[in-house]
Design a protein around this ligand. Structure first.
Ligand SMILES: Cc1cc2nc3c(=O)[nH]c(=O)nc-3n(C[C@H](O)[C@H](O)[C@H](O)COP(=O)(O)OP(=O)(O)OC[C@H]3O[C@@H](n4cnc5c(N)ncnc54)[C@H](O)[C@@H]3O)c2cc1C
Length: 576
């Protein structure tokens, strides 16, 4: 094994293999990928994911990552065997409310360029013949969704990366990451030391352990148990193809999903209480033993889902459960991946809490980010620095990750706040705001008023357009009246929830002028609303900058990412 590398990637699951492939495509050489388990069924989540890929997601970036992943897996094969089966997907609606949600999803998909259609129950049966049409109100069909063969895709991507100089080593555990003077220097492994300036953790649910090795780059993920079972063979599927002839199915009203496995069916369920595990409890895979990412199946948690599976797909009534697991994979407080470079240990990167569905896209994004600092797609919702310091408490991470596990398939309004750990931060005006009938939503952990019932009388005389039931949630016509009166008269706003940064020193003005698009060289006392940019002129954030003195500014930022970006770009001469 090499004793030097340009980058060491920890983990040869779907994410590690994908980043290696994309980095070498962008010209990186001396890429070394290490896995503690055997290649490429290394024992992590990738080894047993059934590979369903539903591209649509309430986040546009996540949808784009999934669309790229479908494209990339479709291009791959391993010794002539495909890595993706384009069987299509149907999400069924078992309630009128879900039917409405599917209509909204169809709208999102259309606006984001993902072909889709709304189907009647009978049209659903044509594509998924085991469905009971009496149980559903219709479905949402995406023809380009399908099934990824994740382990195959790992090996196919690894071969491509190897052809461009990457090296993959199994049965090699990373035991330490050496950081000196705030920079990565080397990794220690069970087979010796590798000198390197760059380490990328793609260790999935082991990620927090690797993060701790590199210092205080908290990794806010929790491994969760998730149930997946295969049935015994179904007579209805006799003579079926070796993978699947049917579309994959999502049954969101019961937090379940289904796929055909040749003459069997696979049933996945989130319909159980959250079962978090500490990353420190998960061992490493030793050939011949049970994979560390597989926990013992708990049949009592599967009783309700199994009943529902047989109601939705009556053919399952004649089948038994065979081959069932509680598999482990990572969840974060907001359900999105964790990506980016540590600001405390330069050269330490991560790409974790990523589904198979998004892994090729995340691989490309990480490679671009590591190469040019500016990925093609917007990484803001995936940046590991997006969390406030309070969100790093283990109790918070576990509570929110459990909630995001339970809500994986729920109908979530874009403004719907998390219910746990509230109120967390209240402003000095909180008591008075409550007296005025404030309706609070959460912002950066702060309780932030969205309108005051005390202003209800202001609605009269103002023409506030009505909203329908969905767009009117977490909203009141009072909001409209308050906005209009702010324009016409004078209003007082509590800005406590905005993050503040004080910037001072002889180089403060130059520093801010270089980081933003606005003209900040204004008299003391002026406040400027401006955009903070990246190297390519892309928008990082919209901020306000108040000039408090000649060399002293205060910025109102949106969140921790803004501060991290400022700190990352501070001049090295100490003038700020
Ligand atoms: C039952 C089940 C069903 C799922 N179904 C789907 C699905 O249908 N669709 C979907 O998109 N996703 C699905 N997922 C999720 C998906 O499997 C994971 O999110 C994904 O595989 C994570 O990939 P990864 O590369 O990040 O992690 P992993 O595959 O876990 O890879 C991490 C690797 O890091 C290695 N490693 C860790 N620590 C070290 C160390 N110290 N030194 C060296 N190597 C180390 C591990 O051995 C491991 O191989 C499912 C997961 C489960 C459990």
């Amino acid at each position: 094994m090499e004793d030097r590398a340009r980058v060491v990637i920890v983990g040869a699951g779907i994410v590690g293999c994908s980043v290696a492939e994309h980095l070498t495509r962008l010209g990186w050489r001396d890429v070394v990928v290490l896995d503690q388990g055997p290649l490429f069924e290394a024992g992590g989540s990738t080894s047993h994911a059934p590979g369903l890929m539903f591209q649509i997601n309430p986040s546009k970036t996540m949808t784009q990552l999934a669309a790229y992943s479908v494209k990339r897996y479709s291009e791959l094969d391993l010794d002539g065997k495909p890595c993706f089966y384009r069987v299509g997907s149907i999400e069924v609606a078992a309630t009128p409310e879900r039917r409405k949600d599917l209509k909204r999803k169809h709208g999102l998909a259309t606006s984001w360029g993902l072909e889709s259609a709304l189907l009647s129950p009978d049209e659903c049966i044509e594509k998924s013949p085991l469905l009971d049409p009496g149980r559903i109100y219709g479905g949402f069909f995406v023809p380009s969704d399908g099934i990824a063969k994740a382990v195959r895709a790992c090996e196919a991507m690894a071969r491509e990366a190897e052809s461009r100089g990457a090296r993959f080593y199994g049965n090699t555990e990373v035991t330490d990451v050496l950081v000196e003077g705030g920079r990565v220097k080397a990794v220690e492994t069970s087979r010796g030391r590798i000198e390197t300036e760059t380490v990328l953790s793609c260790a999935g649910m082991w990620g927090p352990r690797i993060g701790r090795m590199a210092g205080p780059f908290a990794q806010l993920l929790t491994p969760m148990q998730h149930q997946f079972a295969k049935t015994t063979p179904l007579p209805e599927l006799e003579g079926a193809s070796e993978e699947s002839d049917h579309v994959i199915l999502r049954h969101q009203d019961f937090s379940m999903y289904f796929r055909q496995h040749a003459d069997r069916y696979g049933v996945g369920s989130y319909r159980h209480h959250p079962m978090p595990i500490s990353p420190d409890e998960i061992g490493r895979y030793e050939t011949g033993k049970t994979m560390p990412s597989i926990m013992e199946f708990t049949p009592e948690d599967f009783e309700g889902p199994w009943e529902e599976a047989r109601r939705l797909l009556p053919a399952l009534k004649g089948a038994q459960i065979d081959d069932a697991i509680n598999g482990l994979f990572s969840f974060t407080p907001d359900g999105a991946p964790l990506m980016g470079e540590s600001s405390r240990a330069k050269g330490f990167w991560m790409a974790e809490a990523v589904w198979i569905t998004h892994a090729a896209g995340v691989g490309r994004m990480t490679a671009e980010w590591m190469t040019s600092n500016v990925p093609t797609l917007d990484p803001s919702g995936l940046d590991a620095h997006r969390f406030e310091p309070y969100a790093h408490s283990p109790a918070y991470v576990s509570a929110r990750s459990s909630q995001s596990y339970q809500e994986v398939y729920d109908i979530i309004h874009p403004l719907q706040p998390m219910e746990e750990s509230r109120p967390l931060r209240t402003s000095p005006f909180y008591v008075r705001q409550k007296e005025l009938g404030a309706y609070f939503l959460e912002a950066n952990g702060w309780e932030r008023p969205h309108w005051f019932e005390a202003n209800a009388s202001l609605v009269e005389g103002h023409d506030i357009p009505d909203r329908d039931e969905w767009s009117g949630r977490y909203w009141s016509p009072i909001v409209g009246a308050e906005h209009q009166l702010t324009r016409e008269r004078v209003a007082l706003y509590d800005m406590t929830s905005l993050k503040k940064a004080e910037i001072w020193g002889t180089g403060a003005l130059d520093f801010l002028q270089g980081l933003t698009a606005g003209q900040l060289d204004k008299p003391v006392g002026k406040v400027t609303y401006t955009l903070m940019l990246d190297e390519a002129g892309g928008i990082k954030s919209d901020i306000t900058v108040a000039r408090l003195g000649e060399h002293h500014f205060q910025s109102g930022c949106n969140g921790p990412r803004d501060l991290e970006w400022m700190e990352r770009n501070l001049p090295e001469d100490g003038s700020v």
